[in-house]
Write a protein that binds this ligand. Sequence first.
Ligand code: 5AD
Ligand code: SF4
Ligand code: FES
Length: 362
Amino acid sequence: MSRKIKALIAKLAAGDGPSCEELTLLISQTDSQIWQEIRLLADSVRAKHVGSDVHLRGLIEFSNHCRANCLYCGLRRENRALVRYRLEPQEIVETALLADQLGYGTVVLQSGEDPFYTKELLAEIIAEIKGRTELAITLSVGERTFDEYALWREKGADRYLLRHETADPALYASLHPKRTLEERVKCLKALRSLGYEVGAGFMVGLPGQTPETLARDLLLLVELDVDMIGIGPFVPNPHTPLAREEGGSFEQTVNMVALTRLLMPTANIPATTAMGSLRPDGREITLKAGANVLMPNVTPKRFRPLYEIYPGKICTDEEAGQCRLCIEGRIKSCGRTVGTGQGASLKYQQRSALHGNHAAGQ
Ligand code: 5AD
Ligand code: SF4
Ligand code: FES
């Protein structure tokens, strides 16, 4: 390991923000010893700042209709090979009640960008879940208007996930027809101003991505000061224009999670489903490299195979109760504990304490 790299790792360990050039240089390294050291460091930073708890989020994939056309995604509008489904509002609420009974403190309501669920309809669903449970509600329904975000927040939505996908504006434009990174960032800022706990994130191994792109991805997370960060490998989907591209590397994705933890010690970082889909022990490896959240699926079994963002997705043949047991075993096998309560990020809790409960947007 060169002196320069050693000094860089020491800088990260000390919590000093690296420059884009420094991060790019680090990400370009292929010596596995370097990454072993960074992963161990990330694990200890995770333990020191957010402890041994792994927070659980019950994931409800309530619609696979999507008006967007992202080149990488199986739910894209132009994929005619996919059978589309929508859960009835009542079934969404019932699934949330099941997540509550299973002991998850949070439900994630996730879908493609589906205008069928209007501002008012989603607001009713949120209000009913909040009225009947103590669950935190995380929305993950894509780019919508400020007014929609505002009403949902008013009705009780707590968090919002909107990955930035890639921080390179040209790559972003080429992967997202008729959309811009600028608009994406605008949405993330709007969500934050409304007091949501906000999540962004990106894919590793997108065609055309370079070490510098990844450095910019990490620095954008720091700049936006997001509370939650979802990172996963790009997995080519045969029913998309990127079918023949190479997929992202598992190892490099774990390395990006580790760097993220070093840059953002108090954020919530999931070991994503895509990590578990590439390797049977992929989520455990990620939990040991800085992650502290898991998102077990609670979607009714009959719909699961249809939420096919990428091929080989895990848990499509299981029921919610099976995932509940499976996930607890995995957490314990890592020597970790199951989080209780809503499990907001320490980052958001500190921000709310500073600015008052509803003014976390400052
Ligand atoms: N491989 C991996 N992740 C993907 N996503 C979409 N398509 C793919 C793919 N082919 C991710 C995006 C999106 C999230 C819901 O899934 O990052 O934000
Ligand atoms: Fe739709 Fe999201 Fe897939 Fe893009 S990534 S096509 S917005 S579901
Ligand atoms: Fe679903 Fe393991 S988490 S089967």
